[in-house]
Write a protein that binds this ligand. Structure first.
Ligand SMILES: *Cc1c(COP(=O)(O)O)cnc(C)c1O
Length: 463
């Protein structure tokens, strides 16, 4: 049986260790899964930093010539191998042909982003004409809210998570003020039940059911950045729309991480950045989605020449021929230097499918979970021994690749010791490490090495 077939990942892991006749913790299991992994060649499409090049590493503890253990693709994805080549091509074209680059070459600057929108649409489950690549994530969230959030006295609320990413919280707050409403009254925040870390779908749906008549927009993340929880976007969309709300998602941590079906789920709007799981480099070109059911009804509040039909854009008639749907929301010409690395990454995504990546991801993250639980769960016999609690949902359908680990000890020292040993992950004080094995370029052996290194880091930090 193929452990990558997408069935229950814990069961698949049990089968593999039974087949090999060794414990799940044996490095043999990781090596076996890596050999079976039909996507393992995709790692070669990325540049993995060497340990010696990472500033905090300590070469007396670890071999600097090795690849680092990069588990922080949830924050900044690795550089696609082709990014540099594409950038050099455009720099070269600029040097040699100047302004002619707008219309010449394989990536004419005046419409280069249009050529990769289909590749992006495949990643988020949309039609190409439902996607625009432009601006940054928060800018796109604002542009979308300007058109979808039209509060009235009776329906003026925006429903979001209590612990939304700060930028989303501020964006929503300022949109409410912009419309002359009071965030105290109009921001409806949902929190986990007391003693729980993540939101229950039933609780989200219940708030929508109860308060829906006063909610203008439901705005959730697809995957929660801190806990790694994957929300049931289809159910939230359906519940919100049944109550007459628009439903939008910030897919910053979902795009390129989990399978999205923005079109099929009927999501009204969405936005995402491309530098996390989509590997476009810091500050990369962001995405925006508007469902095609709105193509002729939802109009941009702010206009620019890039929203004008490409065929007549450069006639400069000052009579706007607005493109339908999200394309009309474009304001400025897009930075070609950001298109290049994004194209390089999207081409790798399109060598496979989100479905195949997700199948690997389910197994990779379940493997990480099993090893963490095996070594570091709380031991009633040794309550003082440092232990780790996973705050990400244990249901694989309610998470992406990231696990958020909450430690019984202060995390700063553990994190430092991990860094000295060539591990790149993400720390949130006082006690959380976010660890994201990314199916595009991480291996089962990465996960195995991480868990072993975590043991040394915990020992070193408690000395
Ligand atoms: C990463 C992230 C952002 C960052 O916003 P930028 O505009 O790209 O700087 C915003 N919201 C969420 C949910 C994020 O995960």
């Amino acid at each position: 049986m193929d452990p990558f077939d997408g069935s229950d990942p814990r069961e698949a892991l049990r089968r593999v260790s039974a087949l090999l006749g060794c414990s799940l913790t044996s490095a043999e299991v990781a090596a076996h899964l890596d050999r079976q992994d039909k996507l393992r060649h995709l790692r070669e499409q990325f540049l993995v930093p060497k340990i010696a090049d990472l500033p905090p590493s300590d070469l007396s503890l670890v071999d600097g010539t090795r690849d680092c253990i990069y588990l922080v693709g949830n924050s900044l994805g690795l550089q696609p191998r082709m990014a540099k080549k594409y950038l050099e091509e455009e720099l070269e074209k600029w040097a040699k042909t100047g302004v002619h680059g707008h219309t010449e070459g394989s990536r004419p600057w005046a419409w280069a982003e249009n050529n990769i929108e289909e590749l992006m649409a495949n990643v988020v489950g949309a039609k190409a004409e439902e996607v625009a690549l432009m601006n940054g994530l928060t800018v796109n969230l604002h542009l979308l809210m300007l058109s979808f959030y039209k509060p009235t006295a009776a329906r003026h609320k925006i429903l979001l998570e209590d612990k939304a990413f700060p930028s989303d919280h501020y964006a929503v707050e300022s949109q409410i003020r912009l419309r002359g409403f009071d965030p105290e009254q109009s921001m409806l925040l949902v929190s986990p039940r007391s003693g729980e870390e993540t939101l229950r779908t039933e609780d989200i749906l219940e708030v929508i059911e109860k308060e829906g008549d006063s909610i203008a927009v439901v705005m959730f993340s697809g995957v929660q950045y801190y806990t790694g929880q994957l929300f049931n976007m289809a159910a939230i969309t359906q519940a919100g729309q049944r109550k007459g709300c628009f439903v939008g998602f910030d897919c910053a941590h979902a795009a390129g991480n989990v399978e999205l079906k923005l079109h099929d789920w009927g999501v009204d709007f969405a936005c995402w950045c491309s530098y996390k799981y989509i590997n476009s480099g810091a500050g990369g070109l962001a995405g925006a989605f508007i469902h095609d059911k709105h193509r002729d009804t939802i109009k941009p509040a702010l206009l620019g020449w890039w929203g004008h039909d490409l065929n007549t854009r450069f006639q400069m008639s000052n009579v706007l021929e607005l493109q339908p749907g999200v394309s009309g929301f474009r304001l400025s010409n897009q930075p070609i230097l950001l298109v290049c690395p994004l194209q390089a990454s999207l081409e790798v995504f399109n060598m496979t499918s989100m479905q195949a990546l997700r199948r690997k991801s389910l197994l990779l993250t379940a493997y990480l979970e099993s090893l963490i639980q095996h070594y570091y769960s709380e031991d009633p016999g040794q309550p003082l021994k440092p232990h780790v609690r996973i705050i990400t949902p244990s249901d694989p359908q309610q998470r992406g690749c990231q696990l958020s680990l909450s430690f019984s000890v202060h995390i700063r020292k553990v994190f430092k010791e991990l860094e000295r040993r060539g591990v790149a992950c993400d720390m949130r004080e006082p006690s959380v490490l976010r660890v994201a094995p990314v199916p595009l370029y991480n291996s089962f052996s990465d996960v195995h090495s991480f868990v072993e290194t975590l043991g040394s880091a915990l020992r070193a930090s408690s000395q």
